[in-house]
Write a protein that binds this ligand. Sequence first.
Ligand SMILES: NC(=O)c1ccc[n+]([C@@H]2O[C@H](COP(=O)([O-])OP(=O)(O)OC[C@H]3O[C@@H](n4cnc5c(N)ncnc54)[C@H](O)[C@@H]3O)[C@@H](O)[C@H]2O)c1
Length: 712
Amino acid sequence: MSSSNVVRVERDGELALVIVHNPPVNTINAEVRAGLQQVLQTLQQAQGVRGVLLLCEGSTFFSGADIGEFSGPPKEEEYRHLFNGYEALNVPVVAAMHGTVMGGGLEIALACHYRVAAAGTRFGMPEVTLGIIPGAGGTQRMPRLIGADQALELIVTARPIDAAKGRELGFVDEIIEGDLRAGAANYLRSLIAAGKGPRRTGELTVAAATATPEVFERQRQQACKLYPNRTAAQVAVEVVQAATQLPFQQGLEYETKRVNECKQSVESKGSVHVFFAERETRRIPGLAESVKARPIKSAGVIGAGTMGGGIAICFANAGMKVTLIDANEQGLTKGLANVDKTYQSMVSRGRLSEADKAKRMALISTSLTYDALSDADVIIEAVFESMDLKRKIFAELDRVAKPGAVLATNTSTLDIEQIADATKRPQDVIGMHFFSPANVMPLLEVVRTTKTSDETIRTVMDLAKPLRKTPVLAKVCYGFIGNRMMEGYAREAEAMVLEGATPRQIDSALEEWGMAMGILAVFDMAGIDVGVNVHKANASQFPPDPAYYQADFALHDAGRLGQKNGKGYYRYEPGNRARFDDPEAIKILQERAQQLKVPQRQHTKEEILERCLYPLLSEGLRILGEGVALRASDIDVVWAAGYGFARYRGGPMFYAETIGLKTLLAGMRKYQDIFGPMHWQPAPLLVELVERGLSIGQWEAQQHANQTGAAR
Ligand SMILES: NC(=O)c1ccc[n+]([C@@H]2O[C@H](COP(=O)([O-])OP(=O)(O)OC[C@H]3O[C@@H](n4cnc5c(N)ncnc54)[C@H](O)[C@@H]3O)[C@@H](O)[C@H]2O)c1
């Protein structure tokens, strides 16, 4: 029988096994589709085949469609014909699934007549998180199999489910324990023996009780609630509803039409942009392929506080030994208790077994002496934010660390060049800036100094993978990429509360726009004292504005530290993170405003958004122009992965293009006219791009061409 490089057919008596091998995760790309099409034609003519089994080799059944094809010509029609072709076969077709079966991977299985799965298989229809809907028949076939309500539950929530749940819902016919191929073949043989022929999903109808107006209304409301400012999930509700109204083939065509509309939305383009941007960050132009990472098998972490504990957890989760050091016994005990508490909460939520918790805890050892770090391949310092202290520690590390160990600092704001100069091996020193909570937040800013070696950079960028972090490379400057952009964003939020806006007004505007959390609520969570200390320690870096970050200072002076003592910009009740408006806080802010003679204003939502976002976007362009970030999409990743910037808005640089660079520049100038030039100087790159009529992407392409030209 015919076969291609990635799809082959094997005969097992009267069964034909269609076996796909497209590592690493059996993505349904053009080659797989061509292979499946070719095999389909042979199956249609094959003699003596009484049943077909579709399965994949490697770690998973089809993991999904090829997202790389999104930006090209639409492929839905091709998918539709292919899947319809398998559905139309005259012998029973069984999909045998394992691994992680998502999106298009699940949709092909729905077009098969029966479905079996290895225990532990996971399924999902995550399309709406990329701003689209299932486009290969999922919206029409899934409701026919499990009802409209449950199909929408899967599609709208985008939450993955396991094989047992799939069986309960009804799209998995049987769970196979043991060898999947043998078990699935037996299942197919038993179907044939029982005289069971094809059971085509397209010939079923959607159970009426699952498709009432109330169901669709409830799902529409869920879609609005889960995805404010977005439409894909609402489109999904309409298209699933069509499955109850249109004949099957017309329903499929309607799905194609709607998914292609979705792909044109900013919501989809922004989400897909961030998806690919996250895969791009590891590519470092100028770093030769021949530069290899050093092996990292063990780690040391200095400082068992908030960050140190979280970082130790990251290493233990990756199966690496880690030694945690603190200045005193008390710090160590407290730090270790916090680690234990974090793991315990994972156990109680069913995310981790007791045995795995014990294994991970056993990987973490503690010590009060630096000599315990002499074997560590990487050492990360996470003590208080003090240059003197950090320099002392790095001098000490220079003494104890083995040659070639990576010496990293988790500093948020300090000059890593100066820290590196405290050692005789600055080539091994680098910033590893984790975000809080370090074991949860996916971003890792990797900060290179002028002396960091390529090998050290490669080692840390590669280390991000087992630590399950998205690394973004930055150069040293105040605040690196993320916190430097935060400076103007938060400055304006604080300025506006002094001008008479309420904290709620600011945070609600930002959250409605798409920030995961309003910035003032973020400060309450992180601790007002933390921000105040940073601003005191770095006073010389900031413009001479007497009102600069004075909202934070005023609350701090009044003993309001945020959630940790129940009062900051808001008021909190014990054991509850909900925020309540607090007239007391507003009074303190007003008094400070009076002392500083801050003119009072009315703030529209539009002004709140513009004043917070424009400086953020402009600073991103300044960073790009200065070469602190390698590429605009890295800046997007930093804010999407580290600061809760709406992914569906594509990150700050993508968003700057969405609103238009001209609009951004005009906005910066508008506020410059109102508030003066101190804070509202547009980034030189912004001015340049507008003057030259270039997009960020065009400018980057020119830079790239100039660099490669110069290198020749
Ligand atoms: N908290 C955050 O959100 C956050 C985020 C990113 C980076 N950072 C940076 O991480 C670092 C640590 O911050 P944190 O919030 O975890 O602080 P923290 O106050 O929670 O912890 C600091 C720990 O360092 C210990 N320590 C102090 N001196 C020491 C010494 N000489 N040797 C060993 N241990 C010593 C302290 O006992 C304490 O346990 C800082 O540089 C901070 O800027 C913090």
